[in-house]
Design a protein around this ligand. Sequence first.
Ligand code: CFM
Ligand code: HCA
Length: 538
Amino acid sequence: SESLRDDLLDAYPKKTRRKREKQVVVNHKQADESGLVSLPVIGANTRTIPGVITQRGCSYAGCKGVILGPTRDIVNITHGPIGCGFYSWLTRRNQTLAPTDEHDNFMPYCFSTDMQDENIIFGGEKKLAKAIEEAYELFKPKAIAVFSTCPVGLIGDDVHQVAAEMKEKLGINVFGFSCEGYKGVSQSAGHHIANNQIFKHVVGEDNTKRGKWSINLLGEYNIGGDAFLIEDLLQRCGIDLVATFSGNSTYDQFANSHMAQLNCVMCHRSINYVADMMEKKYGPPWIKVNFIGAKATAKSLRKIAEYFDDQELTEKVEAVISEEYPAVFEAQEIYKPRCEGKRAMLFVGGSRAHHYQELFAELGMKTIAAGYEFAHRDDYEGRDVLPDIKVDADSRNIEELHVDADPDHYRGNDRAKAIERERAGYKFKEYDGLMADMPEKALVIDDINHHESEELIRRMKPDLFCAGIKEKYAVQKMGVPCKQLHSYDYGGPYAGFQGAINFYKEIDRMVNAKVWSMIQPPWSDEAKQNAPSSSSIR
Ligand code: CFM
Ligand code: HCA
């Protein structure tokens, strides 16, 4: 892998190479005398080099598309040119299910101020105010959110001022997001901007008490229906799910979420700081969970039960796991022998490149290279590196909320319980990151680009490459199947036990399809020889 790494980097000019060197890392784990294993340092959360074809998206996508997109009853208005709104309109396959047709569900709509040249020159605030008013007249929503796109910041429209005026005028919650696409180095900045505003403007509005085993699920976005399967498992265990941030969620769930006793963080990258803020302000502790993979799902359910430390809950959780597992074993018996030993590469987002390694391992498949588009060092190296992460100017640009204990609503009993559980050996806030789980010498690449992916595929010919829509067809033209781990390629759900079975079937179908061995890229010698002559085409 060292020489492969050199080959990837050798194509670059000196300055570019110097930057990419930090982000292309061989997973060489070193143990000291006491057996403590240290991981290599990786460069992450820094600017993409202009000119390379990155997988990344923008802050607006992270804020509007990722975090707020899955909430069904907030009218989300994109203040900007129509393309931004259109692109973030359900392309992520975030699903929702309102209890009845009477309940609000604005997700099938795309709201935009459709900015024109005239608004860029003379300002768009009036048009925005009118759009908010029109949306209110038509839909009478509980809340309206306004999302800024790049031109809004460039011309200086004050979305927060307009939102405040409209809140006053309409008597509903109206709040804005300064999530201009360029606000950060990636989607990750947009997550932070979104979560800060939800925390400031919504969380804490409703102090209704919750049931005895109440949790929030943070960082699960119901892509392809994943959250539906998780909700079903939790419900069967008798766990009271107060809010999911933000798959299949509603405004009222966020408003009441601080009353949950435990926060369970699924996608660490997009939301871990919300768990910290809730703990500081209201008291509930947090744990990392993962519902991708049957084993991980069972482990996560058990970890939740272990926190509450109640025999009744433990029995319920064990009963659900026993109900689900026979079908999982049956499927593994069929699909594992067919997939065993195949090699996968995973380059996606900020958490799935890690979580999905669980599912591949259950199929006996190896992850030979992986990386995130925009995760931070802690998502690679584990949370222990948090104190060592340098805060650069780009990160400083993103607001860090200062949070204190709420004088009226901080729950000392949740805190006391957490302390008691910790004394009994229970671990909170624990996340070791992607590298710890990857094989020795595997390549770990942050913010991979087109050149590097192409070179990796050429050299290593994986059996499967996992990425997104921009990568999919370029990869497949090289004769390697590409599974979209963002949208699931119209498939899913893949979470929980049922989801794992769906995934096994799908991956078997992809890695064992004969068609891939028949594809010759048009530039290969074999393809040139077999090419039909121009006369035969006619
Ligand atoms: Fe978290 Fe996500 Fe992901 Fe993400 Fe995303 Fe996504 Fe993703 Mo696409 S919140 S980091 S910003 S798990 S949209 S649901 S699939 S890149 S790995
Ligand atoms: C985003 C959303 C995205 C894009 C996926 C892709 C998603 O980052 O704006 O590149 O295929 O999951 O829909 O990550």
